[in-house]
Design a protein around this ligand. Structure first.
Ligand SMILES: Cc1ncc(COP(=O)(O)O)c(C=O)c1O
Length: 313
């Protein structure tokens, strides 16, 4: 299995490794996992200076890793269509298409993780629909039923589903295919269609959140980059725009980030932060007025955080 360093895909793998029965055998791949650097134009691992170059170089890096690991040893490449917790990283032009081509060249399965990005969050039903790519497997959870009951699942291509036409799938969970959970997905999708929720999320991103966050970046020097789609945004906070020095270190936090969280909560806004980033990820149903109210609170909070800016203004 090959995936990104900057990613989050869940934490339940140890359960099958603890399992003793034969279902463990085909599933015991957790210790044979290789990571690559995905594209990240703002903090390029490849010294690139444009999104196009980042895409090309990240693909070359991926192709190198596949070659050196041995294409025949790689079952699947697993990628969040838009990386979520690890940064709201939107693939630059051509990247996902290039990954698909590499998978096709070597017979590698492409799994796109849509647990966070799927079901309207980016302004399309699936985030990969922003690109010219079709995965073999799609993992989903959160948005599929808006969390009314716990649920997650995998959408399987016809070709892979056919594999299990004449052999047993080596898995099975207590609540697999739970009718209540399945019904909650059907009902949520129906309501989302009827109420135009996906289109609404796209419009809020284009008309309110995108412009609103870019306007904040003009006023607050700590905002190094604004990126996102639909109702899925992140602010990359820096102490210096020139050097892009992070306002908190990778894997850690800082006084500035603590101030941000404290000041936001004090004003009734519950923020999600990760290291030096603030994620702005309201529900797909957020109204224009609610989104603007949140932006106004952020404006006040960021005024406090600007005190930690050290670069030229
Ligand atoms: C992109 C992504 N994939 C997978 C997961 C894990 O999902 P679950 O907690 O339903 O196993 C998460 C959880 O936040 C996630 O954000």
């Amino acid at each position: 299995m090959l995936s990104f360093y900057r990613s989050y895909h869940g934490n339940t793998g140890a359960a099958i490794v603890a399992t003793g029965d034969p279902r463990r055998w085909p599933n015991e791949y957790a210790d044979d996992h290789v990571h690559v650097f995905g594209p990240y134009p703002y903090r390029s691992h490849f010294w690139s200076t444009s999104p196009e170059q980042e895409s090309e170089r990240a693909l070359a890096h991926l192709a190198d890793v596949v070659r050196f690991e041995g294409p025949g040893t790689i079952a699947a490449i697993l990628i969040e269509s838009v990386v979520g917790t690890a940064g709201v990283l939107i693939p630059p032009p051509g990247y996902l298409e290039g990954v698909r081509a590499l998978c096709d060249e070597h017979g590698i399965v492409l799994i796109l993780d849509e647990v966070m990005a799927g079901f309207g969050r980016t302004g399309k039903w699936f985030a990969f629909e922003h690109f010219d790519v079709v995965p073999d497997l799609i993992t989903f959870a959160k948005g599929s039923n808006s969390g009314y009951v716990p649920v997650g699942g995998v959408i399987i291509s016809e070709a892979i589903a056919a594999t299990f036409a004449d052999r047993v799938f080596p898995g099975g969970l207590t609540y697999s295919g739970h009718p209540l959970a399945a019904a909650s997905i059907v009902a949520s999708i129906t309501a989302m269609r009827e109420e135009g929720i996906v289109e609404h999320a796209a419009r809020i991103g284009a008309d309110v959140l995108g412009p609103g966050l870019h306007a904040l970046a003009e006023r607050h020097p700590v905002i190094g980059e604004v990126r996102g789609l639909g109702v899925f945004w992140a602010l990359e906070l820096v102490s210096d725009r020139q050097t892009r020095a992070m306002l908190a270190p990778y894997g850690g936090t800082s006084e500035a980030m603590t101030v941000l969280v404290t000041e936001a909560k004090r004003r009734g806004l519950l923020p999600f932060t990760n290291f030096n980033r603030l994620h702005v990820v309201p529900p797909c149903t957020v109204s224009d007025a609610e989104a603007k109210e949140g932006l106004a609170i952020l404006d006040e909070v960021l005024t406090e955080v600007d005190a930690y800016y050290e670069g030229a203004r």
